[in-house]
Design a protein around this ligand. Structure first.
Ligand SMILES: O=c1ccn([C@@H]2O[C@H](COP(=O)(O)O)[C@@H](O)[C@H]2O)c(=O)[nH]1
Length: 245
């Protein structure tokens, strides 16, 4: 996709607010308030700060991706999905490896919370496929799944679609294959974004923000390149420029 406006580009960015507590998280969020980007609340922050951090960030106008990667028996995931829906997040995820019954249970939990009048609207639900920190050798030799990483990701994406989910988490490198298998309307939420010259850290299947946009991804999940920068607002600004070139 080309010719994004700055506003459109910002609406595609989900900032991974991986911080140890509420004050560290809000110190970054406050610098990005009004930018139009999302906040992704993951395990580190949610386990430390609890549901109130979601309400606080919502109050500042951010859309929220709650990244807890639920992976449990269907009954437990259904209940978890009900609770998350009541919190008012915009998007949350479960793990594709839980299978169709588990993923369907998440959708049921969302519907139950909405039907009970506990939430104004249903959040999007997406599935984690193959972590972007893993590669072909890890998939085949450690996890013991045969085939290519792309095959595994597309397989998880098809299962998620069958279960009624609206998209997946994957590397930007797999977006074309996911869209070919599941249709362009099936959302891709892609971590593994590294501006040129920025350390990959523990990420393996990576691309730059510009290439991720050109590859057709819907959302770019970006953490340390923004939250670890001396000036997070300036780092976001540089990324937005690259996305709109
Ligand atoms: O496959 C996955 C699934 C989730 N993530 C999460 O995205 C961010 C990426 O942060 P960076 O600092 O930009 O690496 C992080 O919160 C992960 O938990 C992922 O990276 N890969």
């Amino acid at each position: 996709m080309a010719n994004l406006t700055r506003e459109q580009a910002a609406g595609k960015i989900m900032v991974a607010l991986d911080k140890p507590d509420e004050s560290a998280a809000l110190a970054v969020a406050d610098q990005l308030q009004g930018s139009g980007c999302w906040m992704k609340v993951g395990m580190e922050l949610f386990y430390a700060a609890g549901p109130s951090i979601v309400r606080e960030l919502k109050g500042k106008g951010f859309r929220i991706f709650l990244d807890l990667k639920m992976h449990d028996i269907p009954n437990t995931v259904r209940g978890g999905a009900r609770s998350i829906t009541r919190l008012g997040v915009d998007l949350f995820n479960v793990h594709g490896a839980g299978g169709i019954a588990m993923m369907s249970a998440a959708i049921e939990g969302v519907s139950e919370a909405v039907a009970a009048g506990d939430a104004e609207r249903a959040p999007l639900v997406i599935a984690v496929t193959q972590l972007t920190s893993t590669n072909q050798a890890v998939l085949n030799n450690e996890i013991g799944i045969a085939g290519t990483v792309e095959d595994a990701v597309v397989h998880y994406a098809k299962l998620a679609q069958q279960a009624g989910l609206q998209g997946v988490v994957a590397s930007p490198l797999e977006v074309a294959a996911i869209k070919a298998a599941c249709g362009v309307g099936f959302a891709t939420v892609t971590p593994g974004i590294r501006p040129r010259g920025v350390d990959a850290g523990d990420q393996f299947r990576i691309t730059t923000p510009g290439d991720a946009v050109k590859g057709g991804t819907d959302y770019l999940v970006i953490g340390r390149p923004i939250t670890g920068a001396n000036n997070p607002a300036a780092a976001l600004d540089t990324i937005l420029k690259e996305m709109t070139e």
